[in-house]
Design a protein around this ligand. Structure first.
Ligand SMILES: NC(=O)c1ccc[n+]([C@@H]2O[C@H](COP(=O)([O-])OP(=O)(O)OC[C@H]3O[C@@H](n4cnc5c(N)ncnc54)[C@H](OP(=O)(O)O)[C@@H]3O)[C@@H](O)[C@H]2O)c1
Length: 288
């Protein structure tokens, strides 16, 4: 049991995360799926056990819009498992046409796509350090190239919010904190740990389906659906980063179609990377 690798996948109750959980359960990993809805998560957990014939599929529950819940997810995981080999920060998505904030005061797109993966990773660093080959995988998007337009004086987008820009910004910042963490891990001599990010492709999942994005985007999304990847195809790059021997010592990089890809440098500077890192530290400090 102890020799087997353990993976925690957030947002594994549908889409790409669920497809990856099924594949890793079939590969005999101990799989911990995360979901926000208890009933749905239990049902998906049973489904994955049955499809994979792997009884070591378990779950943790939490609404990752809330840092309180992110902390609970980490604590629950730590109370049950001594180490973590692969953390896949997959939960995320695009929010509604109108800007919304959580009861903790964070704009929702930033909360789920940036602050939650930042905090969960920080809280799980100790069990990850127990792994011989610990891997952190952050699911970003090529939307960081076209949709991002950050206002560094208004990261919570109180002034010019659109769901697409908020999403592009959050996924861009996720790439920057991935690069930053990779350098921090090297400085901490945590050479057993890598952190990378990826774009899964344009995938036919529930992504954006429940969001109120306005009539135009809803029509485009419907028309594009037949041309998109399946969830299983969308999970391929994630699985490559999680399991491939070729990825063993590679860190701080961005992947598309299982290949290293170029990150947009339009808004990049070392100063901006640090600003976003410090923003995440500041916003999550009550839970760290
Ligand atoms: N699909 C694409 O074309 C595409 C492209 C680029 C990047 N991505 C990224 O890929 C990742 C997976 O997306 P997907 O396409 O598989 O979408 P999906 O089918 O909507 O799956 C998203 C998962 O995240 C969970 N989730 C959403 N909000 C949550 C919250 N507040 N707390 C906890 N869990 C939450 C969902 O739970 P429920 O099952 O309860 O809804 C679901 O399990 C996301 O980070 C997305 O941004 C997707």
């Amino acid at each position: 049991m102890n020799d087997r690798k353990i993976v925690l996948i957030t947002g594994a109750t549908s889409g790409i995360g669920k497809a990856a959980a099924i594949a890793m359960a079939k590969s005999n990993y101990i799989v911990v799926i995360h979901g926000r809805n208890q009933e749905k998560t239990i049902q998906v957990c049973e489904e994955i056990r049955s499809i994979s014939a792997n009884k070591d599929v378990n779950f943790v529950i939490g609404d990752l819009l809330l840092m309180n819940d992110v902390k609970k997810v980490a604590e629950t995981f730590i109370s049950r498992y001594g180490k973590l080999d692969v953390l896949i920060n997959n939960a995320g998505g695009i929010m509604n046409k109108e800007r919304e904030i959580t009861i903790e005061g964070f704009e929702k797109t930033l909360a789920i796509n940036l602050l939650a993966p930042f905090l969960l990773t920080k809280l799980l660093l100790d069990p990850l350090k127990q792994s011989e080959d610990g891997r952190i995988i952050n699911v970003s998007s090529d939307a960081h190239k076209l949709a991002a337009k950050p206002d560094f004086d208004d990261l919570g987008m109180t002034k010019n919010y659109t769901p697409l820009t908020a999403y592009g910004n959050a996924k861009l910042f996720l790439i920057w904190i991935t690069q930053h963490l990779s350098n921090e891990l090297k400085q901490l001599d945590a050479h057993n740990l890598t952190v990378n990010t990826l774009h899964p492709g344009a995938v036919a999942t529930s992504f954006g389906v429940k969001s109120n994005l306005g009539v135009f985007f809803n029509i485009i999304a419907k028309l594009a659906r037949p041309f998109l990847k399946t969830a299983e195809q969308g999970a391929e790059t994630m699985l490559y980063l999680a399991t491939s021997n070729e990825m063993k010592n590679i860190s701080g990089k961005y992947f598309v179609n299982k290949k290293q890809a170029i990150v947009s440098n339009k808004y990049y500077s070392q100063k901006h990377e640090e600003l976003i890192w410090n923003y995440c530290v500041e916003k999550t400090k009550n839970w760290l």
